[in-house]
Design a protein around this ligand. Structure first.
Ligand code: GTP
Ligand code: MG
Length: 335
C-alpha cells in the first residue's frame, strides 16, 4: 500500500504532466507545412515512374499525437485503381524503392516486403525525418481520422496520449519493430481507459448514431463508421463534460487501471464498444495483452508479443505506477 496522495502532490504531478506535453508536443503549423511539402515533392517524383500515384499522410503527422521527430507515415494509391493484390503490391514496392533511390534528397531506401503491410523506408536528408510508404493502407487512413476525432474532444486526451508515448519510448517498450508495441497500440490503451473511466472522459464514437441501427461504411470488408460531427457531440452524448479530473489524476488513474483493475487474462482492450469484450469471445486466449484494432476486428495489436516482452511491458507499468504514485518527502525547490 502506498501513502495517501495529498492535494499538493497531485498538483505537482499534474504540472509534470502538462510540462511533458509542452516539451514534446510538436506539429505547429510550420512543422505541418514542412511535412506537406515533403509529401508533394515525393508525389511528383514518384509520378515520373507511376503515373496516377497519389500520396497521403497518416499516423501521427495527422492524428494529433505527433512529435517533432515522428516518422512520416505515407500511403500511396494509384488513381482509378480501387484495390491491389499482394503480388502487385510487392512488385510496386520494389519498383518504388528503385525509383526513390534516384531521389537526391533521400537516403537509406529499404523495401520491406515480408511484413504484414509491405513498405519502403526512407530517410529525408534535409529534415532528418524518417518515413515509410505503404500501399492501399486505407484502414490506416480511417483509424487516423478516428484518433484525430478523439484528440479533438478534450485536451486531456491529447496530453495523456503524449505522456503515454513518451513513457513507452523512455521505458523502451514502444517499438513494434523490436518486438514491443507500436505507438498506435499505446494510444488505443489510453483511449480505452478514458472510455472506461467513471464518469468517462470520452464516448465510444463508433456507438453513437442517430437511427435504430449503426450505419455501415465498408472499407476492405470492415465497417469504418464512427460519429464525427463533434460540434453536436454534447447533444448525442449525455455524459459530455461530466468528468473533471486533472491530467495528473488521470495519468495515475491509468497506471492503476492497467496494473490493478483491468484483467488482461479476461478482457480485451477494445475502443469500439463500451461493454467489456472477453478474450474468450475473440478466441484470443493465448496472449496476455490483447488489443483489438477498432476497424480490422481480426487484428490483435498484441499478437507479436513474446512472453518475455509482455512481462517487460507489465513491469514498466508497475514501476510507473509506483514512481508516479509515491509522494516525495518535500517538493522539488522550483515548485
Ligand atoms: P509515432 O510515429 O510514434 O509518432 O506514432 P504514430 O501514431 O504515427 O504510430 P505508428 O507510426 O506506430 O503507426 C502509424 C499508423 O499506422 C497508425 O496511426 C495507424 O493508423 C496505422 N496502423 C494500423 N495498424 C497498425 C499496426 O498494427 N501497427 C502499427 N504500427 N501501425 C498500425
Ligand atoms: Mg508514425
Amino acid at each position: 500500500p502506498l501513502p495517501p496522495l495529498t492535494p499538493d502532490f497531485l498538483s505537482v504531478l499534474n504540472r509534470v504532466c502538462e510540462q511533458c506535453y509542452y516539451l514534446f508536443q510538436a506539429p505547429d503549423d510550420l512543422e505541418n507545412g514542412v511535412r506537406e511539402l515533403i509529401l508533394q515533392d515525393l508525389e511528383s517524383f514518384v509520378r515520373r515512374q507511376f503515373a496516377g500515384a497519389r500520396l497521403q499522410l497518416f499516423g501521427s503527422s495527422k492524428n494529433g499525437f505527433g512529435f517533432r521527430q515522428s516518422d512520416l507515415d505515407i500511403c500511396m494509391v494509384l488513381e482509378g485503381k480501387e484495390t491491389m493484390d499482394d503480388v502487385d503490391c510487392i512488385n510496386i514496392i520494389k519498383g518504388l524503392a528503385r525509383q526513390l533511390k534516384k531521389h537526391p534528397g533521400l537516403r537509406n531506401i529499404l523495401p520491406i516486403t515480408t511484413a504484414k503491410v509491405p513498405i519502403v523506408k526512407f530517410y529525408h536528408l534535409r529534415t532528418g525525418l524518417e518515413g515509410d510508404i505503404s500501399l492501399y493502407n486505407t484502414l490506416a487512413l480511417h483509424n487516423t481520422r478516428l484518433l484525430a476525432s478523439y484528440a479533438a474532444i478534450d485536451r486531456r486526451v491529447k496530453i495523456l496520449c503524449y505522456i503515454m508515448k513518451v513513457f513507452a519510448k523512455m521505458c523502451d517498450i514502444g517499438d513494434a519493430s523490436r518486438g514491443s508495441l507500436s505507438s498506435y497500440a499505446y494510444t488505443l490503451m489510453v483511449l480505452f481507459f478514458l472510455q472506461q473511466r467513471n464518469p468517462p472522459v470520452i464516448p465510444v464514437l463508433q456507438e453513437i448514431y442517430g437511427g435504430e441501427t449503426k450505419p455501415e461504411v465498408l472499407v476492405d470488408g470492415w465497417n469504418v463508421y464512427f460519429f464525427d460531427d463533434l460540434k453536436t457531440l454534447p447533444c448525442h452524448w449525455p455524459l459530455y463534460g461530466q468528468n473533471t479530473e486533472s491530467v495528473g489524476e488521470l495519468w495515475l488513474g491509468l497506471l492503476r487501471f492497467y496494473t490493478e483493475d483491468f484483467d488482461f487474462r479476461e478482457h480485451v482492450v477494445c475502443i469500439r464498444q463500451h461493454t467489456r469484450l472477453t478474450t474468450f469471445n475473440k478466441q484470443w486466449t493465448s496472449k496476455y495483452i490483447v488489443i483489438e484494432d477498432p476497424f480490422d476486428l481480426n487484428h490483435n495489436l498484441g499478437a507479436g508479443l513474446s512472453r518475455r516482452m509482455t512481462n517487460f511491458i507489465m513491469k514498466a507499468f508497475i514501476n510507473g505506477r509506483r514512481v508516479f504514485g509515491t509522494p516525495m518527502k518535500g517538493l522539488p525547490p522550483e515548485y
